[in-house]
Design a binder for this molecule. Structure first.
Ligand SMILES: Cc1cc2nc3c(=O)[nH]c(=O)nc-3n(C[C@H](O)[C@H](O)[C@H](O)COP(=O)(O)O)c2cc1C
Length: 197
C-alpha cells in the first residue's frame, strides 16, 4: 500500500510538470545550459530520465549503452575535474549531477551490419539516447548539457569503468533559471530538401 501511494505521488508530480508542453515547444526549450543552481535534483526525476532513455531506439535494438548517474557530490566533483581541464566545461563543477554514457558491446548481428554498411551504429544509438535523456529532463523542468570534451581515462578511473570500454559523452543535469535562447541553426532550405539532394 505504501509503495502504491509513493508511485501515485511520483506520477502526480511528473505529470504536473509536463502538462501542456507540445513536443515542438519542448524541443525549443531544450538547450545546453552552462549555469546551474545549487538545488539538488530529485531522484524520481532522474529515474524518469533514465526510463525514457531506456526506451530509445537503436540499430537492431542492440541498446549498446549504460548510463551511470553520478549524484554523490564527492564522486561528481572528481568526474567534473576530469571534464574541466584546460579551462573547458567549468559548468561540470557547478552541476549537481553528471551522467556518464558508456558504450556497451553490440550484439553480433549489429556488429556484422555495421561492418557491411561501414557505419558506426553504436555511436548513432548513444547520440539518440542522450538526446532522449535531455528532452525528458527538459520536460521535467531540468536543464542539461551534452559534453564530448573530457579526459575519458580519468572518468573511467573515477567511475570504475573497465579500461576497454568507451565513454563517448557525459551529460550535466541540474536546475537553472537561464532564459530560453533563440537557436543558432542552419535555415530549413540549407539543411533539408525534398525528393533529392
Ligand atoms: C556530441 C556533442 C558534444 C558536445 N560537447 C560539448 C562540450 O564539450 N562542451 C559544451 O559546453 N557543450 C558541448 N555540446 C553542446 C553543444 O555545444 C550545443 O548542443 C550546441 O552548441 C547547440 O546549442 P543548444 O544545445 O543550446 O541548442 C556538445 C553537444 C553534442 C551533441
Amino acid at each position: 500500500m505504501k509503495k502504491l501511494i509513493i508511485l501515485f505521488m511520483m506520477s502526480v508530480t511528473l505529470n504536473a510538470v509536463s502538462q501542456n508542453t507540445s513536443f515542438a515547444e519542448l524541443v525549443k526549450q531544450r538547450q545546453s545550459v552552462r549555469n546551474y543552481e545549487d538545488t539538488p535534483v530529485e531522484k524520481d526525476k532522474l529515474i524518469q530520465c533514465i526510463e525514457s532513455t531506456r526506451l530509445s531506439p537503436s540499430a537492431n535494438n542492440a541498446q549498446p549503452w549504460k548510463f551511470i548517474v553520478v549524484d554523490d557530490p564527492a564522486i561528481k566533483q572528481k568526474v567534473a575535474s576530469a571534464a574541466s581541464g584546460m579551462g573547458m566545461n567549468k559548468h561540470t563543477k557547478q552541476a549537481p549531477v553528471i551522467v556518464a554514457v558508456v558504450l556497451e558491446k553490440r550484439d553480433m548481428i549489429s556488429s556484422i551490419a555495421a561492418s557491411v554498411q561501414d557505419k558506426d551504429y553504436s555511436l548513432i544509438d548513444v547520440g539518440i539516447a542522450a538526446n532522449q535523456f535531455c528532452l525528458q529532463a527538459t520536460d521535467l523542468g531540468l536543464s542539461t548539457c551534452i559534453i564530448g570534451w573530457f579526459s575519458e581515462s580519468d572518468i573511467k578511473k573515477h567511475l570504475n569503468i573497465p579500461k576497454n570500454k568507451r565513454v563517448p559523452l557525459i551529460i550535466t543535469v541540474g536546475y537553472s533559471d537561464e532564459k530560453i535562447k533563440e537557436k543558432d541553426r542552419k535555415s530549413i532550405n540549407e539543411m533539408s530538401s525534398w525528393n533529392g539532394y
